[in-house]
Design a protein around this ligand. Structure first.
Ligand code: ZN
Length: 245
């Protein structure tokens, strides 16, 4: 049992306790779970530099990352990245296998005239620290803590999480507030994710479990079509799947 799984089990009893109280009943929306402050596991993992050397160790595609589960040590020295440039000329790094699966997903969607691209993928812990600092200066500490993942705890550190954007009638749609105006397009995208080993990581109505608001654009590669299908068909979060299996 890896460290992540152990932390998951530490996390879940608390979750099960809270679920009957306000996890299902959104009338208690003033109670927020998980809490803003991380009650344990506050260690920021050490980041190892990518050396360009071939990687020999295998990564755990089912790694759980959330507000209580930090990036496993040495992750960045193990994962292999694909360097990409999107339609807007921005560069990003995506874990190799996740990128291959993404290309297959994109092609399948293009056949239905749904055009997607990658807005954001891998972020280093240093990148996340900069984002946190930037938000703290601009909007204050409370706001930054609420909307920015704590460095070391963002799923984007894995290279397996992708933020997508849309191209609708020839125009790129990448602002979050604009993107949510296309629920029918997101539905088509979400329907196809599992076929390529992706899951919707922060589904609507599951904020109390994931700790994140609904993000139709944030998808996560898990390298397992069967598990992805189970998660999609049963309307589970990744946390719920891992706890019950
Ligand atoms: Zn994201």
């Amino acid at each position: 049992m890896g460290k992540n799984r152990i932390m998951l089990f530490l996390f879940m009893p608390g979750l099960l306790f809270f679920l009957p109280i306000f996890g299902i009943n959104s009338a208690h929306a003033d109670l927020i779970w998980p809490p803003d402050e991380i009650p344990f596991g506050t260690k920021i993992p050490e980041e190892t530099e990518f050396t360009g050397e071939p990687k020999s160790l295998e990564i755990d595609y089912l790694v759980l990352m959330n507000k209580l589960n930090p990036l496993p040590d040495n992750w960045a020295s193990v994962v292999e990245f694909e360097h990409i440039t999107n339609s807007r000329g921005n560069t990003a790094e995506v874990e190799k296998k996740a990128y291959e699966a993404y290309l297959a997903l994109r092609n399948a969607l293009a056949a239905e005239e749904v055009i997607i691209d990658i807005d954001s993928a891998y972020r280093s812990i240093t990148d996340q620290m900069k984002i946190m600092e930037d938000f703290t200066i601009r909007y204050g500490e409370d706001y930054a803590k609420k909307f920015v993942a704590v460095p070391g705890y963002s799923e984007h550190h894995t290279g397996l999480a992708l933020d997508l954007y849309l191209n609708v009638d020839g125009a790129d749609i990448y602002d979050n507030e604009e993107m949510v105006k296309y629920p029918e397009i997101w539905a088509k995208i979400h329907e196809k994710l599992a076929d390529f080993g992706f899951i919707l990581r922060y589904p609507e109505g599951k904020e109390d479990i994931t700790g994140f608001s609904y993000e139709p654009w944030h998808i996560r590669y898990i390298d397992n079509v069967e598990i992805a299908k189970k998660i999609a068909e049963q309307g589970l979060t990744f946390e719920e799947y891992l706890f019950n299996n």
